[in-house]
Design a protein around this ligand. Structure first.
Ligand SMILES: *[C@@H]1O[C@H](CO)[C@@H](O)[C@H](O)[C@H]1NC(C)=O
Ligand SMILES: *[C@@H]1O[C@H](CO)[C@@H](O)[C@H](O)[C@H]1NC(C)=O
Ligand SMILES: *[C@@H]1O[C@H](CO)[C@@H](O)[C@H](O)[C@H]1NC(C)=O
Length: 430
């Protein structure tokens, strides 16, 4: 007969293991949306404004000094379904080679989008993540640098071998209020392999995420997507000697600033100059990191993380300009993502499919170290197909008081997706 004590301990170990494995499985099923349903008519019921001429814009950056939003768009309904290396869609390099998306400025007052004309830039522009930072040599608010990922096809494949995309970064300069963006240089380095998003600490110190280790479709890439233990991606720091190099590879050094992390995706500026937001996309986690002190060299230190119930794409930080005291402060992070990522491998090449979305607002919980999360916007994909970035544009409570009870605060939430026909805006309570 077996010793009853060992039987008891054995049962406890089994229960404990089931609990650990079970909670991990439950978390994964939640994040990929397997437990979520969108029956007919489950779309967002609030008034949703669609911004004209904003096709397939992946990222959004709010520039408070000018009160405008910057984005990069495909401007075309087709290319994204035929060539988008971040989704391992490498079907039509020849279409990509003759496609050129553009940078746009969206005005939250008129709800219109303006395409910026390029100066000094030809060739393909397959858009993805961007960053927008002030030109510190001019008075605040006069001009910005715009950094953008560009997924150009690799035209120099030897015998059809090697990576089929040769993704690089583009640097532009834009005078606020003008109608153009001047191209300064391109950036390429072997460490830039699967770039997703950009964080510019200054005009010459830039971080990028590589979102996958495996750039092509297959079982290893599937493991990378769904197994959080596959910590195979990194964040690369690029130090530029010059903004005027003629060759993409000239005048720069690159180093790995954060290694062995899972599915690094969007990057965002946080609450201080040194705070960097890094999303673990398919893990549904917003990570908060600190840049090294001083300029550039050194590693990023991760200091905190927040779990979200959908996959997490580009994060943004909303700094509440109307907070009168800590209890009244609506500052927080905003993340957007697919809310049924589980279906995405079936829909990603289908121009008429829907992909449901979720936008989550993350605020420090007053008087504790915890975070509060709240879903600000959810849609079955009817009003917005795919969500990859969201920003809040505050509404002045004095001007807007007729709209709600005392103490309530409103903002415009702008959300976009890498496969959305347009950016949308919806008024939300904070
Ligand atoms: C893109 O598709 C949308 C929705 O199908 C359509 O309304 C729009 O006219 C198309 N735009 C272009 C430039 O083809
Ligand atoms: C950064 O991290 C790498 C490992 O990923 C390590 O080899 C390197 O020494 C670190 N650099 C600094 C300055 O801490
Ligand atoms: C594309 O999506 C639409 C809408 O869900 C669906 O009716 C159609 O069958 C899909 N096409 C393919 C080829 O899967």
């Amino acid at each position: 007969m077996k010793n009853p004590v060992f039987v008891l301990i054995g049962a406890q170990v089994v229960l404990y293991l089931l609990y650990i494995v079970g909670s991990g499985v439950y978390r994964t099923l939640t994040v990929v949306g397997a437990l979520r349903r969108y029956p007919d008519g489950a779309f967002a019921k609030d008034e949703v404004i669609a911004i004209p001429d904003s096709i397939h814009c992946e990222d959004l950056h709010y520039h408070p000094q000018s009160g405008t939003i910057f984005t990069a768009c495909e401007d075309n309904n087709e290319t994204r379904f035929k060539w988008f290396p971040p989704l391992a869609n490498l079907d039509h390099p020849e279409l990509a080679a003759r496609s050129q998306g553009s940078l746009h400025v969206v005005d939250p007052k008129t709800m219109l989008s303006q395409r910026l004309e390029f100066e000094n830039f030809q060739g393909p522009f397959i858009t993805h993540g961007i960053d927008v930072i002030p030109d510190s040599e001019l008075p605040d608010g006069e001009a910005v640098y715009i950094f953008a990922v560009n997924h150009v096809p690799n035209t120099k494949l030897s015998d059809g071998k090697g990576p089929r995309a040769r993704s690089q970064l583009e640097v532009f300069h834009h005078i606020i209020g003008s109608s153009s963006a001047k191209h300064l240089r391109s950036i390429w380095h072997p460490l830039i392999r699967t770039p997703n998003d950009i964080f510019a600490a200054s005009a010459t110190s830039v971080y990028i995420t590589n979102d996958h280790y495996y750039s092509e479709h297959g079982p290893m890439r599937a493991i990378e997507d769904f197994y959080g233990g596959a910590k195979w991606t990194d964040v690369v720091h690029i130090q530029l000697d010059s903004l005027a190099a003629a060759e993409p590879t000239a005048g720069l050094t690159a180093t790995v600033a954060l290694d062995k992390t899972h599915n690094n995706n969007g990057l965002g500026h946080g609450r201080s100059e040194r705070e960097i937001l890094i999303s673990d996309c398919s893990g549904g986690v917003l990570r908060i990191g600190q840049l090294p002190a001083g300029s550039g060299s050194g590693n990023i230190t991760l200091v905190d993380s927040v779990k979200v119930d959908s996959i997490v794409d580009n994060p943004s930080y909303f700094a509440d300009p109307y907070a009168s005291n800590p209890a009244d402060d609506r500052s927080g992070f905003v993340v957007a993502g697919l809310s049924r990522a589980i279906d995405f491998s079936k829909t990603m090449r289908n121009a008429t499919a829907k992909d449901p979305v979720m936008v989550t607002y993350i605020k420090p919980s007053l008087g504790s170290d915890n975070w509060e999360t709240r879903v600000l916007f959810e849609d079955d994909g009817t009003k917005l197909r795919t969500a990859s970035a969201a920003v809040l544009v505050p509404l002045d409570p004095a001007a807007d008081s007729a709209d709600g009870a005392a103490g309530t605060r409103k903002a415009w939430l702008f959300v976009t997706g890498f496969m959305s026909t347009s950016i949308v805006a919806v008024k939300v309570d904070l």
